[in-house]
Design a protein around this ligand. Structure first.
Ligand code: KG4
Ligand code: ZN
Length: 354
């Protein structure tokens, strides 16, 4: 039995979790800064890192207490070292190094996007989709759609911890588009949950908003959709804004593109399953559409494991740990770290910065 402490401070959540053997969550503590940043309509980097400095030790203490363990019971300490905000990542990485060093434990740096994917292998995620699991778990190749506030990527996995990035966004990330359109509609921050809520009372086909299919590539672009939403809002002038219908139409357009493009890649690469990951994977319409339309099993973490947390970092780290891999004390933060260690033909490639 190996207990890994996973620490996550890449953006605006200070999070720590203890996970047993990559799957069983013993504790999962998340201190969100949403209220602090809401007044700016987005994450304010310096405030984020200062808040991590204040919260990191209490959050880790709570995670150990909830799990009923001491530092000496840990097999390893894992932490997100990119991508993310440099000042925020530094707090987590230095704290993790200090804990690992002082307790003579292996230290493992994890790619945040890899963490999002591994939320799918946590026990509570697996339970949610038990009907798929007996056949789907550990089946490769698989296609992962990672959609968060900073990323929209389609990744091919041929084995655990093996990634080939096949598509990415050319401009805004899906979550960023949700956040920006929510601001246009006066719905507040973070925009994803607010749009989802407003959309419940709206007609998803009320307005025809554009879909950027970008034929011949697996890439995404959401800036045209965002601009179309802006023009639509302006077209109402001083008349009352049909917020619910716009929110529903926007959510429909974005889910449509994400689902359709993921299904195409999955078909092309004969994927055995599809995984959804990242904050936007909490979106009910995206989840429902993907499950309804996919010809192969779809795994999606429960909503609270889709958004940033430490359990997903501990889970991803376990698969590295099990192979005897660990990071050096010279591990740096890499704000634009990419998720790619093989190219799409399965050749090993060096993981580069963007
Ligand atoms: O993965 P995450 O917690 O942080 C990043 O790594 O970026 O994702 C946050 C993003 C935000 O843009 C938020 O608006 C979006 O995920 N999000 C959602 C939903 N819940 C969170 N987007 C759509 N629908 C949701 N229910
Ligand atoms: Zn994230």
């Amino acid at each position: 039995m190996s207990l890994i402490l996973g620490i996550e401070t890449s953006c605006d959540e200070t999070a720590a979790s203890v996970v047993e053997d990559g799957r069983r969550i013993l504790s999962n503590v998340v201190a969100s800064q949403i209220d602090l940043h809401a007044q700016y309509g987005g994450v304010f980097p310096e405030i984020a890192s200062r808040e991590h400095v204040l919260k990191i030790i209490p959050v880790i203490e709570e995670a150990l207490k909830d799990a009923g363990i001491l530092f000496r019971d840990l097999a390893a300490v894992a932490v997100t070292h990119g991508p993310g905000l440099a000042g925020s990542l530094l707090v987590g990485v230095n704290t993790a190094k200090a804990i690992a060093f002082a307790n003579d434990k292996p230290f493992i740096g994890i790619n945040h996007l890899e963490g999002h994917i591994y939320a799918n292998w946590l026990e509570s995620a697996v339970e949610t989709f038990r009907r798929n699991v007996s056949t789907a778990e550990n089946q490769f190749p698989l296609i992962a759609l990672i959609v968060s506030g900073g990323h929209s990527e389609i990744v091919l996995m041929r084995a655990h911890n093996d990634y080939a990035r096949l598509g990415h966004t050319l401009d805004d990330a899906a979550g960023e588009a949700f956040d920006k359109v929510a601001r246009l509609l006066g719905l507040g921050f973070p925009g994803g949950p607010a749009i989802q809520k407003a959309a419940e009372a709206g007609d998803p086909n009320a307005f025809a908003l554009p879909r950027a299919w970008l034929p011949g590539t697996h890439n995404f672009s959401f800036s045209g959709l965002k601009t179309a939403a802006l023009h639509l809002v302006k077209s109402f002038g001083n008349a009352p804004l049909p917020v619910a219908d716009i929110a529903a139409s926007f959510q429909n357009a974005i889910a449509d593109v994400l689902v359709e493009k993921t299904l195409r890649v999955a078909q092309e690469h004969h994927a055995a399953q599809i995984l959804l990951a990242g904050g936007v994977a909490a979106n009910t319409r995206l989840r429902a559409q993907m499950i309804a339309r996919a010809p192969v099993p779809v795994l999606i973490p429960p909503p609270k494991l889709c958004v940033d947390n430490g359990a997903m970092i501990a889970s991803a780290a376990w698969w590295h740990f099990a192979r005897g891999e660990q990071s050096g004390w010279d591990l740096d933060v890499v704000p634009s770290l990419r998720l790619q260690n093989t190219d799409d033909r399965g050749q090993t490639a060096v993981s580069k910065e963007q």
